[in-house]
Design a protein around this ligand. Structure first.
Ligand SMILES: Nc1ncnc2c1ncn2[C@@H]1O[C@H](COP(=O)(O)OP(=O)(O)OP(=O)(O)O)[C@@H](O)[C@H]1O
Ligand code: SF4
Ligand SMILES: [Mg+2]
Length: 350
């Protein structure tokens, strides 16, 4: 790959599902690129379309009720229109995914060891079963599974949720993918194991220059490992920038709300900000204009029109957001107390 060329280029990806109640617009025009060796974090509340977006890249949302449009180009392959055969070749080799629900991709009737060995050998037949088995033990140990050799003989149901998640991560690492999509890979894990997994992701990107899409609710994990961050709200990207831009100069009120609701250990709980008020909209009936409008304390008449995702801060051309407020207004409005947060008509809770 030529220097600077993106590994993956996603352009105006749209995914909707026809349901009895109407069309669910789960992903509503998402665009981004990811370079080799880069970690792109995707954050946003439950139901914002993060998993549907990721699964669509793997070709896993196709079905009679799904409508998928846009492009996602990985090297020479366009993933949205790729044949099932091409996708099968790509999955696990060029792109690996750690699923939010590990049980959905582990086969309950086969021992863990067999599943990892098969995963390794399906993409490289020159590896013997013994070699693949030794590699499986090494991988399980790397993701923090004790007595790895013995645990190869276990079935998925004999593992806890967190251990299954680690098995999935071991399987994803086994083929040194060019792109790893990890959907909430650390949610079920305690802090020590979480640190171990993040370290493995760092090793993957350093050793094989893999790009990593990390979907997470945990902004501490984002701060720890991401280079760039996308904030999704109701199927759309509302902000996209580098880690520093997102954390130190956030432009979208929804991002302020996310940042304000982090419980920091150094924060005085008597001034803790409220979480974002209200609920995300139904994707069957999204609000007119800015999707965040019904929850936004700063909404004004113009917000009835859809704000484009564009660079608004003159000093940061790569920092994109979807909010009509002027940059200087935003920089004032986001300071609540002495920290970044979403202002509330409710009194600040204690
Ligand atoms: N096959 C489907 N048919 C209809 N609706 C679907 C289908 N798959 C997903 N959805 C809907 O798409 C929306 C986005 O779901 P998605 O799983 O991507 O959310 P998410 O951002 O990953 O949330 P979470 O943080 O809870 O994992 C949800 O409203 C979900 O109900
Ligand atoms: S566009 Fe309007 S409603 Fe949307 S986040 Fe900005 S101020 Fe709030
Ligand atoms: Mg999800």
């Amino acid at each position: 790959m030529s220097a600077g060329a993106p590994l993956l280029e996603v352009d105006d990806l749209r995914v909707s599902f026809a349901t009895e109640d109407g069309l669910v617009r789960a992903v509503d025009g998402v665009s981004f690129t990811i370079s080799p060796g880069e970690v792109l974090a995707i954050v946003g509340e439950s139901g914002s379309g993060k998993s549907v977006m990721a699964m669509t890249l793997m070709g896993l949302t196709r079905g009679p009720n799904a409508r998928i449009a846009g492009r996602a180009t990985l090297g020479a392959v366009e993933l949205v229109s790729a044949s099932e055969r091409d996708l099968q070749r790509i999955r696990g080799a060029s792109i690996a995914m750690v699923f939010q629900d590990p049980m959905s991709s582990l086969n309950p009737v086969y021992r863990i060891g067999r599943q990892i060995v098969e995963q390794i050998r399906v993409h490289d037949r020159s590896v013997s079963k013994q070699e693949a088995s030794a590699r499986a033990v090494e991988l399980l140990a790397r993701v923090g599974i004790p007595h790895a050799e013995r645990r190869l003989q276990s079935y998925p149901h004999e593992f806890s949720g967190g251990m299954r998640q680690r098995v999935m991560i071991a399987m994803a690492l086994s083929c040194s993918p060019r792109l790893l999509i990890a959907d909430e890979p650390t949610t079920a894990l305690d802090v020590t194991v979480q640190a171990q997994i993040l370290e493995e992701l760092r090793v993957l990107r350093q050793q094989s220059d893999a790009g990593i899409i990390l979907i997470t609710h945990d902004l501490a994990v984002v701060a720890d490992i991401a280079d760039r961050v996308i904030v999704m709200y109701a199927g759309r990207v509302v902000e996209h920038g580098t880690l520093d831009e997102l954390f130190y100069d956030p432009q979208h009120p929804y991002t302020w709300g996310l940042l304000g609701s982090i419980t920091r250990v150094d924060r005085d709980t008597s001034t803790m900000l409220p979480a974002i008020p209200g609920m995300p909209p139904s994707l069957l009936r999204t609000p007119q204009g800015c999707h965040f409008r019904p929850r936004c304390p700063h909404a004004f008449a113009k917000c009835m029109d859809v704000p484009e995702l564009s660079a608004r801060a003159p000093d940061a051309p790569g920092h994109l957001d979807r909010c009509w407020l002027e940059v200087e207004q935003k920089r004032k409005l986001r300071v609540v107390g002495d920290q970044i947060g979403l202002a509330s008509s409710e009194p600040v809770i204690s």
